[in-house]
Ligand binder design. Sequence first.
Ligand SMILES: [Zn+2]
Length: 135
Amino acid sequence: MPRLPFDPSPERQKLHLLAAEFRSILDAFCETTPLLRGCLQTLRRRCGKRRCRCRRGELHQSLVLVERSSARRRVHTVDPRQARRLKAPLLTYRTLRRRRARLWKLLREAVSHSDKLLAWRLRGQARLLSRLGLG
Ligand SMILES: [Zn+2]
């Protein structure tokens, strides 16, 4: 069975789609809103007082920000108002980390599609050279 000739159109379309996604990811990195690396957690614990309700299983709860700046890890107690204001910077940071991983994948895909188009465009090399009397 003869092989079908290579059709470059799907490869070009894929490259344009990748470029659009690439662009939108880079735009997200160019925004200027502050980011925060860490997470909000609810801590539940016993206080140690003898007659406290936590002895009966009703543990004390506190909301904390576990913040990771470079190598350090710090825990801050936060109130609900502070927690609300921390959510967006925390979420945006996690989103950008995911999108950074996606950038690598897009780059590899783009190279793969580009290589196919490169090979396809080289198919006429022998003809080009012979036309110039160099074949
Ligand atoms: Zn207690």
